[in-house]
Design a protein. Structure first.
Length: 189
């Protein structure tokens, strides 16, 4: 099987690229965003089905491992896993799984509340193990901060990265202190 490809992006399609490695162009499905004619190094996951062989490419091994973990969840195939990873940043997705944030996961196309909850149930215990590099404990304030900001009219996908960083940088603060800080961050002051 192919483990890694290094080459130049020759074509960018809807959810895939053609990566020229030597004189061979490989069609690689990827959640990554590339520039035409740019060099690329992709870790490859090969999925063989009865009617096809597909290559899925990721810029990091952590992203490839997350993709593999997502595809172990019943009801989540490669197409849905790719849609999730294209919509939600890897760190944000891992935080959502660790904290039980089904709303964030359900923002991906093709993922409803039930599938999002199934992903959390089946992968949450793996977050602290060797399968994911999560980098520490999660703060229970994140879901509450997101809920508070959403109730003020902010969209989850617009605020999740900022909220995650804020909670990570202030692990001892509760939501009552984090909300004003988040509002200042949003307003740019």
């Amino acid at each position: 099987m192919i483990g890694k490809l290094q080459g130049v992006i020759d074509y960018i399609g809807d959810g895939f690229v053609i990566l020229m490695a030597g004189s061979v162009g490989y069609k690689v499905y990827t959640p990554e965003i590339f520039t035409l004619k740019a060099p690329a190094n992709l870790w490859i996951e090969t999925i063989v089905r009865e009617d096809s062989i597909r290559l899925f490419g990721f810029s990091t091994i952590a992203a490839q491992n997350l993709f593999n973990q997502l595809t172990t969840v019943s009801g989540v195939g490669p197409k849905v896993a790719l849609a999730i990873m294209a919509t939600i940043k890897t760190d944000t997705l891992m935080t959502a799984i660790a904290t039980g944030d089904a709303k964030t996961i359900a923002t991906a196309p093709g993922v409803g509340k039930k599938v999002a909850e199934k992903i959390i149930v089946e992968l949450k215990n793996k977050m602290g193990g060797g399968n994911f590099d999560f980098g520490g404990e999660t703060n229970g304030a994140l879901p509450d901060l997101l809920a508070a900001l959403e109730s003020l009219g902010y969209r989850r996908m617009d605020i999740i990265d900022m909220a995650q960083k804020l909670v990570s940088n202030n692990p001892m603060l509760d939501v009552s202190k984090l909300v004003p800080m988040a509002l200042k961050e949003i307003s740019g002051k």
